[in-house]
Design a protein around this ligand. Structure first.
Ligand SMILES: [Zn+2]
Length: 173
């Protein structure tokens, strides 16, 4: 049953679930006033050149070698045009364990939504850091976010802004 007093969640509330209400209200106001895309474009003016799967593979490998030298090797890295919605745009990380004869074989893949080909450099960096951290921690727990922050000290601000970016991209004004 729905109460007439309960408004459905605002656009920002859907992208910023779990964030403080005043930040959500600010984001909704910026969007309503048509300032959100501009705000992000000014804050993140630097783009990147990681446009192909090969370039993404090299980019991921370089970060992995720097921060997670002992993590297991990746079997696949690439852009994926099928990843769209918010949960998926944070990328997917799969660890499939298959039984092959008497051996257990684990496949590790990092797929990044194709929209990040055109995204600001800092936001691509954040997404890749997030996915790499999953090589060590499957859940979004404290250890996971500590690892993200170790790789990218500005991680929390970037994840917040990434949510705003997706909101602006998926609901252009
Ligand atoms: Zn995740």
């Amino acid at each position: 049953m729905t109460s007439p007093h309960l408004a459905s969640p605002s656009l920002a509330a859907r992208y910023l679930a779990g964030y403080p209400p005043e930040l959500i209200a600010q984001a909704d106001a910026m969007y309503r006033e048509g300032r959100l895309a501009d705000h992000l474009a000014r804050r993140y003016a630097e783009l990147h050149e990681v446009r192909s799967d090969t370039a993404l593979f090299d980019y991921v490998q370089a970060l992995k070698a720097r921060h997670l030298r002992n993590a297991p090797p990746l079997n696949f890295v690439g852009y994926d045009a099928k990843l769209r919605v918010l949960q998926q745009a944070l990328g997917t990380h799969t660890r499939r364990t298959q039984v092959q004869g008497a051996k257990l074989k684990t496949r590790r893949e990092i797929r990044v939504a194709t929209l990040f080909k055109e995204a600001p450099a800092a936001l691509l960096h954040m997404i890749v850091v997030h996915e790499l951290a999953h090589l060590r921690e499957l859940e979004h727990n404290k250890a996971f976010y500590q690892l993200c922050q170790h790789m990218e000290p500005d991680y929390f601000q970037l994840e917040f802004d990434l949510r705003l970016y997706l909101m602006a991209m998926e609901h252009p004004q």
